[in-house]
Design a protein around this ligand. Sequence first.
Ligand code: GDP
Ligand code: MN
Length: 389
Amino acid sequence: MKLHEYQAKEILAQFGVPLPAGRVATSPAQARQIAEELGGKVVVKAQIHAGGRGKGGGVKLASSPAEAEQRAADIIGMQLVTPQTGAQGQKVKSVLIAEQTDIARELYLSLLLDSAAGGLVFIASPAGGMDIEEVAATRPEEIHRVVIDPASGYQAYHGRKLAYALGLSGDQLRQALTVFNGVYRAYTASDASLVEINPLVVTNDGRVLALDAKVTIDDNALYRRPDIAAMRDKDEEDPLEVEAQEMGINNYIKLDGNIGCVVNGAGLAMSTMDVIKLAGGEPANFLDIGTVNDPQRVVSAFKIMTKDKAVKGVLINIFGGMARTDVIATGVVEAKRQLDLPNFPIVVRLAGTNVEEGKRIIAESGLPVITADDLGEAARKAVAAVQGL
Ligand code: GDP
Ligand code: MN
């Protein structure tokens, strides 16, 4: 789960990471009031989950409360397009009003899990700021990695390595150690999967501050972090994905293609997408319906398929282990009975538990379903069917 910058900063502040003072506003009048409290010179920052806001015009300096109010009026309600939002952009509902900072240097710092390294890794660069992706692509020697052994956890020597990589010494090194330690503790205490500070700045008067913050939380840990789970902003998520979760389908991710996939098991769902591509098609989604023993779950999956207007055909690929293929087949029949399904081709491939019964249910239903015995055949038939439309 992603957080807004202001929420990420609330967490980091609890762990002693130094930040410019600021508060979130949902109206221009409120923005003005906060700017007054902060002394007038502020930065007005669109709160959306996507990054690259500066490049899209979502970060503006203001030198008075009146100007802050104007900038907030410009930004709140806008459809902000950044390099990370896609062309349709994201609607801005609130702005962070933060004390303006005089920047001497922009640095980059993040902490994330590197499964290849077997631990958390800090990534640091002295060339932080809005062009970090370009630095990574063209000057990779300016990106430094410090792996934290999970047995020892973060230690002061990790911090000294990071500070050295960032070109910090003396009092700024000491301040940076507070940042690294705070980031590490915030990460572990929040079950984060990413903490990113870009830029981490050195100010003209020698302070080290987190000017921006991005925190992503491991969804599987949200059950034990109710305070963080409450920070969820569903407006930032794909509406169909939210709806799928509300129907009990937790593993649905919308993609760009036109073949809707209904599959059990994440591994099989991945290979189904691969084989569709191999057959020359494009999956419309990743969907793992899980171990289903309720036909209604299949009906729910079909509801999602019909709401995604990009779907031109559906491929059902089930390997029955704990899940029974006859239950799935009953679900397909129920979906056709209960829903007003568009006239898209449905390809069904069933294998495993109760497969004879499953196939019999499909055959006797009289539904115009295309059947297949293996995945390759199913994918080829699905691709041919949607291309024939
Ligand atoms: P992002 O573009 O979504 O990553 O948003 P950031 O919070 O990183 O802001 C983008 C850029 O705006 C930063 O890299 C800074 O150069 C600039 N910026 C942000 N806040 C301030 C500020 O208080 N003072 C100044 N001078 N520049 C700022
Ligand atoms: Mn940033």
